[in-house]
Ligand binder design. Structure first.
Ligand code: 3NM
Length: 203
């Protein structure tokens, strides 16, 4: 499936202070190009509610023709026939996922050249590079790295799709794009925005 990293929204229920499905629909209407369902951490839904919420998000994404990517949960991604999966360094290997879902989008979080090259060799479709700035949306986030690694990565592999993540807002997104990012991935900038249309436009 083709995809555009440009404006990549990531969300779970605990990232929202109002109805998550309304936030997602507003973001889709405003023009996000990709969505990652990331239901984890404190107070995350469980069991049937967890799956139902994923399905509801997927249906919205389908309606707006935006790829629906599942964070980490490979079994759920396969069960729902999601458009893709995003995994971290600790999650199932990309090769093993590929064997079960050859044509799906695979994204991997990377933090250094070794991880980037490993992900590329394994057949990742894109990588996420972060945290660029400080973030409060991920409990175990690493120390903010600025754009140093992003710049280095893009210099070495200009054509490989890379999305920047961590503390990105409309106020700093231009800086990140100038460093070469193919897109910006955000949670709180959109999930907590008072004016989602305006936020998405100015990312
Ligand atoms: N991954 P916000 S930072 C989900 O560094 C996630 O890999 C990160 O949230 C990484 O846009 C992060 O609210 C949280 O800062 C991004």
């Amino acid at each position: 499936m083709s995809f555009k990293l440009d404006k990549y929204f990531i969300m779970g229920t605990n990232n929202c202070q109002s109805e998550p499905l309304i936030i997602l629909e507003k973001a889709l209407q405003a023009g996000i190009t990709m969505f990652q369902w990331r239901e984890k951490g404190n107070g995350a839904l469980q069991g049937e509610a967890y799956e139902q919420f994923a399905l509801a998000c997927q249906q919205l994404c389908k309606h707006y023709k935006v790829p629906f990517i599942v964070n980490d949960d490979v079994e759920l991604a396969l069960k729902l026939d999601a458009d893709g999966i995003h995994v971290g360094q600790d999650d199932l290997t990309i090769e093993a996922f590929r064997q079960r879902a050859a044509h799906k989008i695979v994204g991997v979080s990377v933090h250094n050249m070794e991880e980037l090259e490993k992900a590329m060799r394994a057949g990742a479709d894109y990588v996420g590079i972060g945290p660029i700035f400080a973030t409060t949306s991920k409990e175990d986030a690493k120390v903010p790295a600025g754009v140093t690694f992003l710049t280095e990565a893009k210099t070495c592999y200009p054509d490989f799709p890379m999305v920047a993540i961590g503390g990105i807002t409309p106020l700093n997104s231009a800086f990140v794009r100038e460093a070469g990012a193919d897109g910006v991935a955000v949670i709180s900038a959109i999930s907590l925005s008072k004016d989602i249309r305006q936020t998405v436009q100015s990312l």
